[in-house]
Design a protein around this ligand. Structure first.
Ligand SMILES: [Zn+2]
Length: 144
Protein backbone atom coordinates (compact mmCIF):
# COMPACT_ATOMS: atom_id res chain seq x y z
CA UNK A 1 0.00 0.00 0.00
CA UNK A 2 1.22 3.48 -0.82
CA UNK A 3 0.44 5.60 2.20
CA UNK A 4 0.29 9.35 1.91
CA UNK A 5 -0.45 12.46 3.86
CA UNK A 6 -4.07 12.00 2.78
CA UNK A 7 -4.36 8.75 4.81
CA UNK A 8 -2.72 10.36 7.81
CA UNK A 9 -5.08 13.31 7.66
CA UNK A 10 -8.05 10.99 7.31
CA UNK A 11 -7.05 9.17 10.50
CA UNK A 12 -6.37 12.48 12.23
CA UNK A 13 -9.85 13.67 11.34
CA UNK A 14 -11.44 10.39 12.51
CA UNK A 15 -9.50 10.58 15.79
CA UNK A 16 -10.68 14.12 16.47
CA UNK A 17 -14.15 14.13 14.98
CA UNK A 18 -15.42 10.59 15.41
CA UNK A 19 -13.75 9.74 18.73
CA UNK A 20 -13.35 13.24 20.16
CA UNK A 21 -9.68 12.71 20.99
CA UNK A 22 -7.50 15.79 20.70
CA UNK A 23 -4.18 15.44 18.93
CA UNK A 24 -1.24 17.70 19.53
CA UNK A 25 1.34 17.40 16.78
CA UNK A 26 4.89 18.13 17.80
CA UNK A 27 7.47 18.74 15.14
CA UNK A 28 10.28 18.65 17.69
CA UNK A 29 9.73 15.01 18.55
CA UNK A 30 10.75 11.98 16.60
CA UNK A 31 8.56 8.92 16.78
CA UNK A 32 7.52 9.64 20.33
CA UNK A 33 3.90 9.48 21.19
CA UNK A 34 1.78 9.34 24.25
CA UNK A 35 -1.85 9.36 25.09
CA UNK A 36 -3.49 10.91 28.06
CA UNK A 37 -6.39 8.52 27.84
CA UNK A 38 -7.55 8.32 31.44
CA UNK A 39 -8.54 11.97 31.60
CA UNK A 40 -12.07 13.02 30.73
CA UNK A 41 -10.74 14.82 27.71
CA UNK A 42 -8.57 12.26 26.04
CA UNK A 43 -5.61 13.58 24.11
CA UNK A 44 -2.65 12.32 22.18
CA UNK A 45 0.72 13.92 21.72
CA UNK A 46 2.40 12.85 18.55
CA UNK A 47 5.89 13.51 17.30
CA UNK A 48 5.45 14.04 13.59
CA UNK A 49 7.98 13.69 10.89
CA UNK A 50 7.50 13.71 7.18
CA UNK A 51 7.92 10.99 4.60
CA UNK A 52 7.21 8.08 6.84
CA UNK A 53 3.47 7.95 6.64
CA UNK A 54 2.98 4.32 7.50
CA UNK A 55 4.81 4.75 10.81
CA UNK A 56 2.94 7.93 11.65
CA UNK A 57 -0.40 6.34 10.81
CA UNK A 58 0.48 3.23 12.82
CA UNK A 59 1.58 5.24 15.86
CA UNK A 60 -1.49 7.46 15.81
CA UNK A 61 -3.76 4.42 15.42
CA UNK A 62 -1.99 2.76 18.35
CA UNK A 63 -2.42 5.77 20.65
CA UNK A 64 -6.05 6.03 19.64
CA UNK A 65 -6.25 2.32 20.50
CA UNK A 66 -5.17 3.10 24.07
CA UNK A 67 -7.94 5.71 24.33
CA UNK A 68 -10.49 3.20 23.02
CA UNK A 69 -9.15 0.57 25.39
CA UNK A 70 -9.84 2.89 28.32
CA UNK A 71 -13.35 3.53 27.01
CA UNK A 72 -13.96 -0.19 26.71
CA UNK A 73 -13.27 -0.52 30.43
CA UNK A 74 -10.63 -3.17 29.73
CA UNK A 75 -7.57 -0.97 29.95
CA UNK A 76 -5.11 -1.23 32.78
CA UNK A 77 -5.33 1.47 35.42
CA UNK A 78 -3.37 4.65 35.12
CA UNK A 79 -1.56 3.65 38.31
CA UNK A 80 -0.28 0.45 36.76
CA UNK A 81 0.75 2.25 33.62
CA UNK A 82 2.61 4.89 35.58
CA UNK A 83 4.58 2.17 37.35
CA UNK A 84 5.68 1.05 33.92
CA UNK A 85 6.47 4.53 32.62
CA UNK A 86 8.59 5.27 35.67
CA UNK A 87 10.39 1.95 35.38
CA UNK A 88 9.53 0.71 38.82
CA UNK A 89 9.90 -3.08 39.27
CA UNK A 90 6.77 -4.90 38.12
CA UNK A 91 4.92 -7.82 39.59
CA UNK A 92 4.17 -10.75 37.26
CA UNK A 93 0.56 -9.67 37.10
CA UNK A 94 1.42 -6.05 36.25
CA UNK A 95 3.83 -7.20 33.56
CA UNK A 96 1.13 -9.34 31.99
CA UNK A 97 -1.44 -6.53 32.16
CA UNK A 98 0.91 -4.07 30.50
CA UNK A 99 1.68 -6.34 27.57
CA UNK A 100 -2.02 -7.09 27.19
CA UNK A 101 -2.78 -3.38 27.13
CA UNK A 102 -0.17 -2.75 24.44
CA UNK A 103 -1.50 -5.63 22.36
CA UNK A 104 -5.08 -4.40 22.78
CA UNK A 105 -4.13 -0.85 21.74
CA UNK A 106 -2.61 -2.19 18.51
CA UNK A 107 -5.62 -4.38 17.83
CA UNK A 108 -8.16 -1.59 18.43
CA UNK A 109 -6.11 0.96 16.49
CA UNK A 110 -5.64 -1.30 13.49
CA UNK A 111 -9.36 -2.07 13.55
CA UNK A 112 -10.09 1.65 13.18
CA UNK A 113 -7.78 1.71 10.15
CA UNK A 114 -9.41 -1.32 8.51
CA UNK A 115 -12.92 -0.07 9.28
CA UNK A 116 -12.03 3.14 7.48
CA UNK A 117 -10.47 1.52 4.43
CA UNK A 118 -6.90 2.23 5.41
CA UNK A 119 -5.04 -0.97 4.80
CA UNK A 120 -2.78 -2.42 7.49
CA UNK A 121 0.13 -3.67 5.42
CA UNK A 122 3.16 -5.78 6.21
CA UNK A 123 5.33 -2.81 7.14
CA UNK A 124 2.80 -1.75 9.76
CA UNK A 125 2.66 -5.27 11.17
CA UNK A 126 6.45 -5.39 11.34
CA UNK A 127 6.49 -2.01 13.03
CA UNK A 128 3.94 -3.22 15.59
CA UNK A 129 5.93 -6.39 16.20
CA UNK A 130 9.11 -4.40 16.77
CA UNK A 131 7.33 -2.14 19.24
CA UNK A 132 5.87 -5.16 21.04
CA UNK A 133 9.32 -6.74 21.27
CA UNK A 134 10.56 -3.50 22.82
CA UNK A 135 7.80 -3.61 25.43
CA UNK A 136 8.44 -7.29 26.11
CA UNK A 137 12.13 -6.52 26.73
CA UNK A 138 11.37 -3.61 29.05
CA UNK A 139 8.78 -5.59 30.97
CA UNK A 140 11.20 -8.49 31.33
CA UNK A 141 13.92 -6.18 32.61
CA UNK A 142 11.56 -4.57 35.14
CA UNK A 143 10.21 -7.91 36.35
CA UNK A 144 13.63 -9.44 36.90
ZN1 LIG B 1 1.23 1.78 23.67
Amino acid sequence: MKYSKRHYEKLLSITKNVYGVKVKERKDLWLISSSNCWAGNQSIELGIYAECWYELIAVLAHELGHCLSVRSGKAISMATYMIYIHEVPLSKREAKLILEEERRAWRLGFKVLRDNDIEVDGRMLKFRNARMRGHAKTVKRLSA
